[in-house]
Design a protein. Structure first.
Length: 256
């Protein structure tokens, strides 16, 4: 019988961003960059003041205490400042599944590598360190940008929960669910050339043989049926494409 996932605060470091455990100390920095109305357009709970940002963080920390979330602040590696937040949520340790979401990034860092690398850091940690069987994502059915981004990432759309959430505006939203699952028994690796559906081709210079306990997931954004997802294997460019010198993930103790 497999052991439940062990969820605990951790710092994940990439080339462009690092994800560090969210604390109340982050509230001033997050408030400085995170009160733009457009950032919260597709999020059920709106944050427009410092007090609401503090309440947002407190909610995340309460979920951390209850073992159902693991929230992070997203830090720009170059500047050392907070640029957003993300988290693991809906954590189900006995069944080894969790959700990646509650993600927002300040407008100055949108359309950069920041969001994609943050997702890759979280996916790598989920599958390689936590040994998750399943990672879920959900988004507003009207948020076409998010749905396209999840598809590019390799998540599979599973279905729509109708009238799923009442937003702060009173609108009742439909939520679209996506997932990436662990296929540890598979020994397939990605071919040396992966052609994207938009015609662009990425040609990895080399692919290492991955251990049996690696993660292989369906990449619906590519015509290849499967592709490997492994630490130090793939990184992302600002246009959403990938290349095989991936974001390095190093775990370290959270700051006190």
């Amino acid at each position: 019988m497999s052991q439940p996932m062990k969820i605990e605060p951790v710092t994940l470091r990439g080339r462009a961003v690092r994800l560090e455990p969210l604390t109340l100390d982050h509230v001033p920095a997050l408030s400085a960059v995170g009160l733009e109305p457009d950032l919260w357009r597709w999020i059920p709970t709106q944050v427009t003041t410092v007090e609401e940002m503090r309440a947002y963080v407190l909610t995340a920390l309460d979920e951390l205490d209850r073992g159902v979330s693991l929230p992070f602040a997203i830090i720009d590696q170059a500047g050392g400042r907070a640029i957003g937040s993300t988290r693991y949520g809906n954590i189900d340790t006995p069944n080894r599944r969790l959700e990646i979401g509650w993600t927002w990034i300040t407008s100055a860092f949108q359309r950069t590598i920041a969001n994609t690398e943050a997702k890759l850091l979280l996916l790598t940690h989920a599958f390689e360190s936590l040994r998750a069987n399943r990672v879920e994502f959900k988004t507003d059915a009207l948020n076409e940008k998010s749905r396209n981004a999840l598809t590019r990432l390799g998540a599979v759309q599973e279905g729509t929960f109708r009238k799923h959430v009442i937003t702060s505006s009173g609108r009742v939203r439909d939520s679209v669910y996506f997932s990436i699952i662990d296929k540890r028994s598979s020994m397939r690796i990605a071919p040396p050339s992966l052609r994207r559906t938009n015609g662009a081709t990425t040609r990895p210079s080399s692919l290492r043989t991955l251990p049996a306990m690696r993660c292989v997931f369906s990449m619906v954004a590519w015509s290849a049926p499967t592709a490997s997802f492994s630490r130090n294997q793939w990184a992302s460019r600002s246009d959403g494409s990938f290349y095989p010198r991936g974001c390095s993930v190093r775990a370290s103790a959270p700051r006190s």
